[in-house]
Design a protein around this ligand. Structure first.
Ligand code: C5P
Length: 209
């Protein structure tokens, strides 16, 4: 097995990031958190405006992302998440990020990518596709715990409202909307521990290896 792609999609704070990292570790695959790409573009966009951005300018920002942009330590803030979701609806941005993600997915040694459109657009031929969900209150509680642990001051209602706004925008946009691929396995993590969710994902992958 030299090339093997696992596509993991789902809404914000569904657990897909945690599952993806654990899957990468278990199988020795490379991992790409594709949300970081959009967050890095969103952060750059905020230096111009917090309103609508010219689509070609946005595409240009995406085309010129560097490793350093992706390593910035402030990509996990709420304003950057919302900005990411706004730029992610711009087709020029998605087009500029497409090749990098496709190449990453087919690298030697296996890859796991997590995002919103991995199973539908980036890797429609992925060997395994998972669509990870959880109810929105549970997701907001998880994100709230993560943000406060990292020193961000916020409250649960604000986090819940932010998540809902982002999910709605991500699912209703024309360009690569958030939705399960027809052949994705649905994994609802609402009632699952992290270990149980990871174990389910690992079982599905082992069946295809
Ligand atoms: O996964 P994360 O919450 O970091 O993603 C931030 C935003 O980036 C999402 O709300 C979504 O709008 C966008 N995104 C996307 N397609 C992906 C990954 C993220 O549109 N594959």
């Amino acid at each position: 097995m030299t090339r093997f792609t696992v596509a993991i999609d789902g809404p914000a704070a569904s657990g897909k990031g945690t599952i993806s990292r654990a899957v990468a570790e278990t199988f020795g695959f490379a991992h790409l958190d594709t949300g970081l790409l959009y967050r890095a573009v969103g952060k750059k966009a905020l230096t111009f405006t917090d309103g609508p951005l010219d689509p070609d300018l946005a595409g240009n920002l995406a085309a010129h992302l560097t490793e350093a942009d992706l390593a910035a330590d402030d990509l996990r803030t709420a304003p950057v998440a919302q900005a990411a979701s706004r730029v992610a609806a711009i087709p020029q941005v998605r087009a500029a990020l497409l090749d990098f993600q496709k190449r990453f997915a087919r690298r030697e040694g296996g890859a796991v990518l997590d995002g919103r459109d991995i199973g539908t657009v980036i890797c429609p031929d992925a060997e395994v596709k998972l669509f990870v969900t959880a109810n929105d209150r549970t997701r907001a509680e998880r994100r709230f715990a993560e943000l406060t642990a990292n020193g961000h001051e916020t409250d649960l209602d604000t986090v819940l409202a932010d998540l809902r706004a982002r999910d709605k925008r991500d699912a209703s946009r024309d360009a690569a909307p958030l939705k399960p691929a027809p052949d994705a396995h649905l994994l609802d993590t609402t009632e699952l521990s992290i270990d149980a969710a990871v174990a389910e994902a690992v079982t599905k992958i082992k069946k295809r290896i």
